[in-house]
Ligand binder design. Structure first.
Ligand code: FE2
Length: 345
């Protein structure tokens, strides 16, 4: 019986205040013995729930859409619609992908159960498996009255391989040749919390050797307005030590990315970590760029459309590299980086 959403103060779709009643039995299922490179369908409850997912192909050629910060909010359905249209545009440009990665803040108030339910009724949630991280908005209820990773935990069925306090919230999984490690910034605000997460990341990487290592968290590596350092400083040493290839963040609503960095400087690409952060995608809560005054030597690209920003990334994997491309809502290619990972692992 899941009660974490019950009697949470929220808003109805017609913008009225209310306390949402939401108690339910939460069921999960796990499927094993799957075949690589196969599109599966599953049906539950006399076909009232029909979902699809694709297992990673054995030739390691796969693709993922990456999107974040659309802050689904019942009174303003255009936010979700903008993000869903963006995913449709990625499909139009590239064909169907194999999965969707999200970098948090997909819900305005994670404590509002109906926001999740209505979001998950959209087509991309039926067609693809999604893997995401907990953002500050997913972690809160209206007005920050409650803050809890239980909202994210109970609306997803993440692998139960995280660390103490973060089981079902932080997790890792492999897709083809790539190890994904998914973090929760809300538990890393203190130095103590950060150390705990970093020890877990070290252990996961040591125990799961893979060709490519991708780490995802919600909070930005850089403040895109000026280029000022943010979470980059807290992680770069570990990423250097552990050979992390790609680090994906969000939250700032301004796209920013580096080339491969090692020891704080750009490399020839044969080693180091590409840092990238997604733009927002709700056509409402974007941020204006300001004068680029910091980290001019390591940030290669910034992008925002101001308040009305809609953008997303496409990640394409092969045996030898990961290519990440930023698209705008019209399907224009804005920026691209290739992470040549083969040489270092
Ligand atoms: Fe956000």
């Amino acid at each position: 019986m899941c009660t974490v959403f019950d009697s949470i103060f929220s808003k109805t779709a017609d913008n009225k205040d209310y306390y949402e009643q939401a108690r339910f039995i939460r069921n999960t299922l796990e499927i094993d013995s799957l075949v690589p490179g196969t599109r599966y369908m599953y049906r539950i409850d006399n076909d009232t729930i029909v979902r699809y997912f694709t297992t990673a192909p054995s030739d390691n050629n796969w693709s993922a859409a990456i999107i974040s910060d659309f802050h689904a909010y019942a009174p303003l359905p255009a936010r979700t619609q903008s993000a869903m249209n963006m995913l449709a545009m990625l499909e139009q440009r590239n064909g169907a992908f194999d999965m969707v990665l999200h970098v948090g803040d997909i819900i305005a108030w994670g404590g509002s159960y109906s926001f999740w339910r209505d979001l998950y009724a959209n087509e991309p949630f039926k067609k693809y498996v999604w893997a995401g991280v907990n953002g500050n908005h997913d972690n809160m209820s209206r007005g920050y009255a409650h803050q809890s990773n239980q909202f994210f935990r109970n609306t997803n069925n993440n692998p139960l391989n995280g660390y103490e306090g973060e089981i079902g919230v932080c997790y890792h999984f492999t897709y083809g040749n790539t190890l994904f490690i998914m973090l929760n910034n809300e538990s890393m605000r203190s130095d103590e919390g950060l150390l705990k997460a970093q020890q877990w990341v070290r252990d996961v990487i040591a125990q799961n050797p893979h060709r490519f290592i991708v780490v995802m968290e919600h909070y930005q590596w850089f403040f895109g307005e000026s280029g000022k350092t943010s979470q980059y400083d807290r992680w770069r040493q570990l990423f250097d030590e552990c050979g992390v290839d790609l680090a994906i963040a969000a939250n700032n609503h301004i796209y920013a990315r580096t080339n491969a960095l090692f020891g704080g400087v750009e490399t020839d690409g044969s080693k180091g970590t590409v840092y990238i952060q997604t733009p927002s995608s709700d056509n409402e809560r974007g941020q204006e760029l300001k004068e680029w005054t910091e980290n001019l030597d390591i940030i290669k690209s910034r992008w925002s459309e101001g308040a009305k920003t809609v953008g997303a990334l496409l990640l394409k994997a092969t045996d030898n590299n990961l290519t990440i491309t930023l698209y705008d809502r019209d399907g224009n290619t804005i920026d691209e980086v290739i992470s040549e990972i083969s040489a270092k692992n």
